[in-house]
Design a protein around this ligand. Structure first.
Ligand code: ATP
Length: 268
């Protein structure tokens, strides 16, 4: 899937001025992008001839947790898929860990340390918890590495250790989300992107999931949380708001201590 020449013409005809057009940085960019692990500049993308991203600028520094908030259809998943090599980038650049990551394949992205946990906590229902983790380790199978990574996952999610031989399809929704995150960790990512971790979970479970995300981040993994749940801001170092294929606000540091404005903006 991606843009051919005709698609690009449609994109150019329909997009407004972007950061790329004006030479100015867009609202998602950091004031000091030089140390960013992940940077997007002027990223445009979409499906077939339908433009969805209209020039995304975004920076995430190593070890930080960024939360990308937006309503249904804002383009959050499309952004995540561009970063993780699951969808073609039509224009602009993606830089990851000092390398040009624009249009990496999904395999290249994983091998270079980017893991996307897609929306809908897809686990292999007919496989045990342990086997699901083994599948997640496909790019990280050196001797002893599986056991080491599995133990780390079990330390984050003791419930998964207790249920290691249980079929994943028989876990609760919250446990399946934990397994999806755990499986993503098995490849030893530098950047973990979690698409709508909180969807359909009870508030108390959502809090558990966000708390564990915070632990993962403290251990040095950079995290991009894609969310409609403003509660995710509690674990954010950076909050980004997306609307109609554009980032319209970036908040960090003290601005997040009282994110009322951001919450208001996001909730309308
Ligand atoms: P949600 O929270 O509902 O997942 P989102 O912010 O992640 O929303 P995207 O999934 O990125 O939004 O969708 C952005 C736009 O792209 C929407 O208008 C959607 O209909 C469209 N879109 C998404 N996937 C496809 C696809 N496979 N084919 C065509 N259009 C798509």
């Amino acid at each position: 899937m991606g843009a051919d020449d005709d698609d690009t013409q449609v994109l150019d005809a329909t997009s407004d001025s972007t950061s790329e057009d004006t030479g100015e940085l867009g609202l998602g960019a950091s004031s000091d992008p030089s140390h960013a692990l992940l940077s997007l500049r002027g990223v445009k993308s979409g499906y077939g001839s339908l433009p969805v991203l209209h020039g995304i600028d975004l920076d995430i520094e190593p070890g930080k947790t960024a939360v990308l908030l937006g309503l249904n259809g804002a383009g959050k998943t499309t952004t995540a898929m561009n970063i993780a090599g699951a969808l073609k980038t039509w224009d602009g650049t993606i830089t990851f860990d000092g390398q040009n990551a624009t249009n990496w394949s999904a395999r290249q992205a994983v091998n270079n340390g980017i893991t996307l946990i897609p929306e809908g906590r897809r686990v292999f229902a007919d496989l045990s918890v342990e086997r699901n983790l083994l599948v997640g380790a496909w790019s990280n199978k050196g001797s002893g590495k599986f056991e080491e990574a599995r133990e780390r996952v079990f330390d984050y999610f003791p419930r998964l250790r207790e249920r290691s031989s249980q079929l994943a399809g028989t876990l609760s929704g919250g446990e399946q989300q934990m397994l999806a995150v755990g499986r993503g960790l098995m490849s030893g990512p530098k950047l973990l992107i979690i698409d709508e971790a909180s969807m359909g979970l009870a508030p108390v479970i959502v809090k558990d999931v966000f708390d564990i995300v915070s632990d993962i981040s403290q251990d040095g993994v950079t995290v991009l949380l894609i969310e409609q749940n403003v509660g995710a801001l509690d674990v954010a170092d950076v909050g980004l708001v997306m609307e109609q294929g554009r980032i319209v606000a970036r908040l960090e540091g003290e601005q997040l201590e009282d994110p009322t404005e951001l919450r208001k903006m996001f909730l309308g």
